[in-house]
Design a protein around this ligand. Structure first.
Ligand SMILES: [Zn+2]
Ligand SMILES: [Zn+2]
Length: 261
């Protein structure tokens, strides 16, 4: 399975996954032109995509759904809460393009199996996805107030985990956000902090997972350096030796490295 992030963060999210003849995008949180340019950089275009899976209805994940549904024929898949939100907020999306999926279910999209798991976030129907093909598994989990037991179980079985490292607590508490927004982000339906992310990664390493990507970093309340330092620092204090575990960071506005598992 091959994959790379095209964008990651509150200004737009999109991840490309390929196995065999099947290509999937997770989320479409930038305009169509920007997504096409990013795909072309890695040798593909939107007509090559077999399905778009939506994690939830926030605009940084669904920004171009209306245009995509009008111009392209691939199914756009999401839970009832997500599709309902898309239909409410994106105007006349072509309903025939939308495909309903259930949380805690497994779907087969071409050569790739997809586990859908719910994520605690401040919008109805929010989910993450765990992809498996040829005995390898990639799990993507962002936009979640905490890591549920169900999410952890899928992460634990993964060869690679893309996990949210959204905010540094000091920056969030002392930054420009009003108190109600700070409380929302820190709540158990908000986002995962650098500390929460680092703790989860350390636990996953003890369960045998070795490859990680930190994703959905806040532009206002985090830096790549702080996110990386938190996770690497905790791994080192846990006795992990250099080279035993890899940790990457998903770039905000450009295509990340292509990984193969
Ligand atoms: Zn988001
Ligand atoms: Zn969100």
């Amino acid at each position: 399975m091959k994959f790379c992030t095209l964008f990651s963060g509150s200004s737009g999210n999109c991840t490309f996954i390929e196995y065999g003849d099947t290509r999937i995008l997770v989320d479409a949180g930038k305009n169509v032109k920007t997504i096409r340019c990013a795909l072309q950089q890695i040798g593909y275009d939107l007509p090559d995509i077999d399905a778009i899976l939506l994690t939830h209805g926030h605009s940084d994940h669904v920004a171009s759904i209306k245009v995509l549904a009008g111009r392209y024929s691939m199914p756009i898949m999401g839970t009832y809460g997500t599709l309902d939100h898309v239909l409410d907020t994106c105007g006349d999306v072509m309903p025939s393009r939308l495909t309903l999926i259930d949380t805690d279910s497994i779907y087969k999209i071409g050569d790739i199996s997809v586990n859908v798991f719910s994520t605690p976030h401040d919008i109805e129907g929010s989910v993450g996805y765990s992809f498996s093909a040829d005995g390898k598994r990639l799990t993507i989990a962002t936009d979640m107030g905490y890591v549920t037991d169900g999410t952890y179980e899928l992460m634990k079985k993964s060869d690679f985990v893309i996990i949210e490292s959204n905010y540094d607590t000091d920056m969030l508490e002392n930054g420009p956000y009003p108190p109600h927004l700070v409380a929302r982000i820190k709540s158990n339906k908000g986002h995962l902090s650098n500390v929460d992310c680092a703790k989860t990664i350390c636990r996953l390493v003890t369960d045998g997972v070795c490859h990680f990507m930190l994703a959905h970093l806040s532009v206002n309340n985090n830096t790549k350096d702080l996110a990386m330092r938190e996770t690497i620092g905790k791994l080192i204090s846990q006795g992990v030796k250099p080279g035993e575990v890899t940790v990457d960071i998903a770039p905000r506005d450009e295509t990340g490295r292509m990984f193969v598992i």
